[in-house]
Design a protein around this ligand. Sequence first.
Ligand SMILES: C[S@@+](CC[C@H](N)C(=O)[O-])C[C@H]1O[C@@H](n2cnc3c(N)ncnc32)[C@H](O)[C@@H]1O
Length: 220
Amino acid sequence: MGPGMKRAAGLLLLLLAIPFPAAAGGRPTAQAARPLDDRVREFLDAQKGRWRQENVTETDGRLLHDLILERGYTRALEIGTSTGHSGIWQAWALSKTGGSLVTVEIEEFRHLAAVRNFKAAGLDPWIDARLGDAHTLVETLAGPFDFIFIDADQNWTPNYFRALLPKLAPGGCFAVHNVLSLGYMKGVREFLDEVRRLDVVETTVETSSGGGISLSFRKR
Ligand SMILES: C[S@@+](CC[C@H](N)C(=O)[O-])C[C@H]1O[C@@H](n2cnc3c(N)ncnc32)[C@H](O)[C@@H]1O
């Protein structure tokens, strides 16, 4: 190779080593500029079959998404983030209604994984992920909320309900995961008996979810 060719090859290597301007300059990369729907769909497709931390099924995630969208809910609270599967479905709907989600998880490794997943899906701007014990944390949340999803320590459900009913907006929904599959638990039975007796909420159980999701809508 002659000296001219050597100089050209050196210049080419130098150019290849310089980062692409969009990524280096902090401007949106092609990844970030993609429409949100595409980004969320791609993330969920890539994660299919890989949710292993007691996460909701895709059917249940979609059910939460559709309910939020149909009712136009904007102020959501989830107890039991785990690694974020249900949070992603809810936040996806909330990104369309102009709302946001507060989600609470007690296990640090799950909370951190959820935060990574929310970011990877592009939904982190719509999610306030809290690390802590929901037993005490719910008391500190101002509310009001119009969608509350309980998917944590189901025996504590009556206490979550009592603490959060005053913070549930009229027309809002208090949803509890797996009330059929976990119906043997004292707390779940106690919760269902209590809400069915109350005039202020109307309760149904959504059976298209394998484990059953109770939906208690606040009347006033
Ligand atoms: C069934 S998993 C939640 C799955 C999640 N909703 C999803 O679909 O990705 C229940 C989660 O609740 C959390 N949890 C249990 N007790 C809790 C508490 N007192 N406060 C906050 N989180 C709690 C558990 O650590 C666990 O990650």
